[in-house]
Design a protein around this ligand. Structure first.
Ligand SMILES: CC(C)(COP(=O)(O)OP(=O)(O)OC[C@H]1O[C@@H](n2cnc3c(N)ncnc32)[C@H](O)[C@@H]1OP(=O)(O)O)[C@@H](O)C(=O)NCCC(=O)NCCS
Length: 165
C-alpha cells in the first residue's frame, strides 16, 4: 500500500469512492445525491490537504487533513476518511489514520479532533479508539441516518504529543 498526497489526476478514483460511501447515508452528512462539485470542494477545496491510499495501483481510500478552527483554534487538526466499501477490513483505514496522525504532527498541530463521528458507525468508533482517540462529547440526534432515523454523533479527540499511534 502506498499513501501519498492526492493530485487532480486522482479525482475520478476519489469520486467513485465518495459516491459509494455517501450512497448509504449512514456515515457522512452528504446527501446520496451530492454532486461531483460537492466532492471536489470537499477533497480539493482551499486549505485542504488530501492523501490517497493506492493498492496495486488503484485508489482504495482517501483522507483529508485540515485545520479544525481558524486563528485561536488553529492548533487543532481535523480529518476525514473514506475507504472503498469493497476494501473495508483490510487495514487501509488504520494505515491512513496512522499516516494522518504523523502528517498532523509534522505540520505542528497539538491535537486532532473529529467533530462528527456517527455513533452507530461502530467500525469508525473502534478504529479511532484504537488510534488513541476518546469520545469527549455526544451530540444528540444530530444525524438523520438513512435506515436508523435520528442518531447521535460523537466528538472524538486526542493530543498528538507522546508516543503511540
Ligand atoms: C471507518 C473506515 C475508515 C475503516 O477503514 P477500514 O479500512 O475498513 O478499517 P481497517 O481494516 O483499517 O480496521 C482497523 C481497525 O478498525 C476497527 N474496525 C474497522 N472496521 C470495523 C468494524 N466493521 N467493526 C469493528 N471494528 C472495526 C478495528 O479496530 C480494526 O482493527 P482490527 O482489525 O485489529 O480489529 C471505513 O470502514 C470507511 O471508510 N467507512 C465509511 C466511511 C466512514 O465511516 N469514515 C469515517 C467517518 S468518522
Amino acid at each position: 500500500m502506498l499513501i501519498r498526497a492526492a493530485t487532480e489526476n486522482d479525482f475520478e478514483g476519489i469520486w467513485l469512492i465518495f459516491q459509494a460511501v455517501v450512497a448509504n447515508g449512514d456515515t457522512y452528512v452528504f446527501s446520496p445525491q451530492a454532486t461531483r462539485e460537492d466532492a471536489h470542494d470537499y477533497w480539493f477545496g482551499p486549505g485542504v490537504r488530501s492523501f490517497v491510499a493506492e493498492v496495486d495501483g488503484a485508489i482504495s481510500g482517501m483522507y483529508k487533513l485540515i485545520t479544525n478552527q481558524r486563528d485561536l483554534g488553529s492548533h487543532v487538526a481535523n480529518a476525514s476518511f473514506m475507504v472503498c466499501p469493497k476494501a473495508h477490513g483490510k487495514g487501509i483505514g488504520e494505515a491512513m489514520g496512522r499516516h494522518c496522525l504523523e502528517e498532523a504532527r509534522k505540520a505542528g498541530y497539538a491535537a486532532m479532533q473529529f467533530n462528527f463521528v456517527v455513533s452507530t458507525n461502530t467500525g469508525a468508533v473502534a478504529l479511532w479508539k484504537k488510534l488513541g482517540f476518546s469520545i469527549v462529547g455526544t451530540l444528540p440526534k444530530v444525524f438523520r441516518h438513512q435506515s436508523l432515523g435520528m442518531v447521535d454523533a460523537y466528538v472524538m479527540h486526542r493530543f498528538l504529543d507522546g508516543s503511540g499511534a
